[in-house]
Design a protein around this ligand. Structure first.
Ligand SMILES: *Cc1c(COP(=O)(O)O)cnc(C)c1O
Length: 396
């Protein structure tokens, strides 16, 4: 039997290659950071990690992880409700709720699970989910697992959201769901308007802050800080795998009854292992650091402003962004790949994206800034962009 299946897969994989969509994985042999070493021994500046605050290999977090390992051991060998809950897990949940100005938090193995497990326990066919057209894959999958009616609005378009809210008016409960930052261009939707519409049409709001938490807002509290609506949404999901240390883990934070129900019925929580103590202890330390100082946010915001300013001045076409993501528009798929390859030759690691990851004709190089980048790193990258951009006729 496998022979037939093998043949089938071999052909499908070849089709992926022929379409130019095969995903290669580049091997890193150093810790994650502003500067990394590739398998070839080449050192490059990393401008494509979600390491926004530069915490992926931060000595304080490495130390806290080791302490967690020493005090609470390596693994939990249990789901939370059997014997997988430690004092550390409860403490981290409380820290996350405080950070976002919410009532309680539930941890998951990943944000993918948080989004996968949030809708199905809460909503039925009597209810409606109104979802942004560009929401993350994990939200789309979570919605699919739930029987609620589905409504989709044009990304970040608050007029279309209103139209969809009207269309959903007969539903018992309504939830609007959006990414806090759209990861392909760094754009933040107008969640202040969203909350107004939610109040007007009697809906709840859920924001996935995976790319925005730690980054957006003066102190990095996310899009609810940016729009001054802290505590005015019912649900926030997020990851510990990006700004917040970059290891692993996800969470849903929100109204306490919602979180209580998720602990009873959310399948990725009930039927999947508890986070290891070292990750949880490092998470606690991370949120303590966030409450002590905004130094990393300040640095990240300064780096982003500097980079955007210099790149715009050089003539690059940059998408409007309110986060640490900077989309350098090229509009041509091949150009995006060739330019990323030339930049790697210059020691700059960035990724070109094209259809179907972004819309047709919207190819780009996505640059992700970090608080770990120094002014020297930024200048080297800007100069490489200018050199390669001129060679390839992208700028004059
Ligand atoms: C990265 C990301 C996720 C997934 O996070 P993991 O913790 O790695 O599963 C979910 N939602 C959004 C918007 C993301 O950007």
């Amino acid at each position: 039997m496998y022979n037939n299946f093998k043949e089938f897969l071999t052909k499908e994989i070849q089709d992926i290659r022929d379409a130019g969509l095969y995903k290669e994985e580049r091997i890193i042999v150093s810790p994650q950071g502003a500067e990394i070493t590739l398998e070839s021994g080449k050192k490059v500046l990393n401008f494509c990690a979600n390491n926004y605050l530069g915490l992926s290999n931060h000595p304080e977090l490495v130390k806290a992880a080791k302490e967690g390992l020493d005090h609470h051991g390596y693994g939990m060998s249990s789901v939370r409700f059997i014997c997988g809950t430690t004092d550390l897990h409860k403490k981290l949940e409380q820290k996350i709720a405080e950070f976002f100005g919410m009532e309680d938090t539930i941890l998951y193995a990943a944000a993918f699970d948080a989004n996968g497990g949030v809708f199905e326990p809460l909503l039925t066919e009597q209810d409606a989910i109104i979802s942004d057209s560009l929401n993350h894959a994990s939200i789309i999958d979570g919605v699919r697992l739930c029987k609620a009616q589905r409504f989709r609005y044009q990304s970040a378009d608050m007029e279309d959201l209103e139209t969809q809210l009207k269309a959903a008016k007969d539903a018992r409960f309504k939830v609007i769901v959006t990414d806090g930052v759209f990861s392909m261009d760094g754009h933040v939707p107008n969640v202040k308007r969203m909350v107004e519409l939610a109040n007007q049409y009697d809906a709840m709001v859920m924001i996935d802050e995976s790319h925005s938490a730690g980054v957006v807002g003066k102190t990095g509290r996310g899009v609810t800080e940016l729009f001054d609506i802290r505590g005015q949404v019912e649900l926030i999901t997020g990851t510990l795998g990006k700004s917040f240390g970059g290891a692993i883990g996800g969470f849903t934070t929100g109204k306490k009854e919602i979180i209580e129900m998720l602990r009873q019925r959310s399948r990725p929580y009930l039927f999947s292992n508890s986070l290891p103590p070292m990750v949880v202890n490092a998470g606690i330390r991370m949120f303590e650091m966030m409450s002590e100082t905004n130094e990393l946010q300040d640095k990240l915001h300064a780096n982003t402003d500097y980079f955007l300013g210099k790149m715009t001045e050089a003539g690059f076409d940059i998408r409007p962004t309110q986060s640490a993501i900077c989309a350098v528009m090229l509009y041509d798929a091949k150009l995006s790949q060739d330019m990323a390859a030339k930049l790697l030759d210059e020691g700059i690691y960035v990724i070109g994206f094209y259809y179907p990851v972004v819309a047709k004709g919207q190819a780009r190089i996505r640059v992700q800034l970090s608080a770990a980048h120094t002014r020297e790193h930024l200048d080297k990258t800007i100069n490489a962009f200018i050199k390669v951009g001129r060679e390839m006729g992208v700028i004059k």
